[in-house]
Design a binder for this molecule. Sequence first.
Ligand code: LMR
Length: 334
Amino acid sequence: MRLRALLLGLVAVGLSAGALAADPVVIKFSHVVAQDTPKGKAAERFKELAEKYTSGAVKVEVYPNSTLYKDKEEMEALQLGAVQMLAPSLAKFGPLGVREFEAFDLPFIFDNYDALHKVTYGPVGQQLFAKLEPKGIKGLAYWDNGFKSFSANTPIKKPDDLRGKKMRIQSSKVLEEQMRELKSLPQVMAFSEVYQALQTGVVDGTENPISNLYTQKMHEVQKYLTITDHGYLGYAVIVNKKFWDGLPTELRTQLDKAMKESTEYANKIAKEENDQALEMVKKSGKTEVYVPTTEERLAFKKVLVPVHKKMESRIGGDLIKSIYEATSFDPNKL
Ligand code: LMR
């Protein structure tokens, strides 16, 4: 009798151990853009690779389009451990108390993706990630989106064309200052609310990489789009540090590999996705797309580059200088 009880006990222990081993670690990955965007596609790629490399020991649940959390809530949810992974835009770290990421928002600071990669793949990018750790967050990778363009319901050819316009921005003080330089009225708003705000006239215009504009159908409610490429929008893929550090080493190594490969994928497709989105916007015929001349773009540059100096006290003169050094940007030579 005692032997039988013992055997049953062993079977029960074995079963629960088996059940435990079969229970995958779940990574909830929340984001605010459509699936059909550089970030949306890269998140799906990470899911696929993470599940493959861990042989199903990790399950990644991707929640796109603000279906789980909106901009403001998602950071809190990550810190609380309600989600494990996010990829917020670099413009959204100010409210967390990490203002330095707003350096990425400085208008015209990156001439192109190559210049940007000097920062995101270099020591400055890593130094910025270190600033997240005291907040209980770990930075894993930088994912590209692209360069932003202004849109509105009236033509935009010169800086003064945005005077007095209500312009939706992300929650970045640098972007606020940028809009003030243009004499427009910046309005911070969650990404999920932008389409409706444009449609109802709560705001007059906005700025975005074209992939975001197109996949949220903003072009249907914006008559004019000018390809200013005046600033960069990209992402930091971040995890709850306690969760990440608590993973078995083997799983973490497999996930690191999945992240590395999905980062290569993200940064490979970003430009193509934005180029394709621009073609689709043009094809739709709903928005007039204007490509400024070199002189017209220079006029925006002249008005907006002084934002760098004005924002030194917020994001740090040394940090701005180290970006200039990495990218060879010279604010005195426009
Ligand atoms: C925005 O709010 O405009 C963007 O940050 C959305 C995103 O995640 O690309």
